[in-house]
Design a protein around this ligand. Structure first.
Ligand code: UDP
Length: 239
């Protein structure tokens, strides 16, 4: 790879909530643009970049299901929400001058490409950012699992989880002043201590694929670039 870069190809997972900014739901344009700037910075460093964005800012399937909807129907609505977020992010990236393709696990050919693994690989090789929308395309899954799945399929060297905080803590740092940030953890420790990083199926899949998960603050300017050069504040979950 390029000097100073730890990873040549990565997948960034952010939740839908990461794009809400100060709003209670939906998208805040400044926040979407700020996240796009972070991605632009690493893409311009020569890192091949994939993105998976959640949909919880628009619709969360399980919550919908608990209000009497069928779980599968609610989950399909959740997946559609991720497509909206993907289109917003594509728009922000392209306005910032970064070529971006959206591929959806549920085909909707008039607004984005269907998910085709080999085609996604080609986009990455050409330096385009690829956003994977509609999660895994299956109900009963999450976009965390979709992120681990696509990272495995694309041969990503790291799965970056951009959050509100700068890593994984022993307790909620907002509630417990003694909470400590871990520098490193193993996938197994995250699972056995039930640490809230990503859901268990995502962690297991990343572990099986030997992909480290790096938890960092997506709202700290320049942090993703720092992390990819091995000097940022983050928690690295690996072997
Ligand atoms: N979803 C799904 N299958 C998938 C990915 C997502 O059914 O493969 C649905 C699920 O209902 C979920 C919603 O989409 O609640 C939004 O995704 P998620 O909760 O992962 O979003 P985030 O919390 O990251 O914003």
């Amino acid at each position: 790879g390029k000097p100073g870069l730890l990873y040549k190809r990565v997948l960034l997972k952010i939740s839908g909530e990461a794009l809400m900014g100060t709003r209670e739901f939906g998208l805040e344009p400044q926040t979407v643009n700020r996240v796009a700037e972070e991605v632009k910075q690493v893409a311009e460093m020569g890192v091949e970049c994939c993105l998976v964005i959640g949909g919880g800012n628009i619709f969360r399937g399980i919550a919908g299901a608990s209000q009497g909807m069928q779980r599968a129907s609610a989950d399909y609505m959740g997946m559609l929400a991720t497509v909206m977020n993907a289109l917003a992010m594509q728009n922000a990236l392209e306005q910032a001058g970064v070529q971006t393709r959206v591929q959806s696990a549920i085909s909707m050919q008039s607004i984005c490409e269907p998910y085709i693994r080999r085609r996604a690989m080609r986009h990455l090789e050409k330096g385009r950012v690829v956003i994977f929308a509609a999660g895994t395309g299956n109900p009963y899954f999450t976009t965390d699992t979709a992120a681990a799945l696509r990272a495995s399929e694309m041969g990503c060297e790291a799965l970056l989880k951009g959050t509100k905080v700068d890593g994984v803590y022993s307790a909620d740092p907002k509630l417990d002043p003694k909470a400590e940030r871990y520098e490193t953890l193993t996938h197994h420790e995250v699972l056995s201590r039930d640490l809230k990083v990503m859901d268990a199926s995502a962690i297991s899949l990343a572990r099986e694929s030997h992909i480290p998960i790096i938890v960092f603050s997506i709202h700290t300017h320049g942090m993703m670039a720092e992390v990819l050069q091995g000097r940022g504040r983050c928690t690295v979950i690996g072997e």
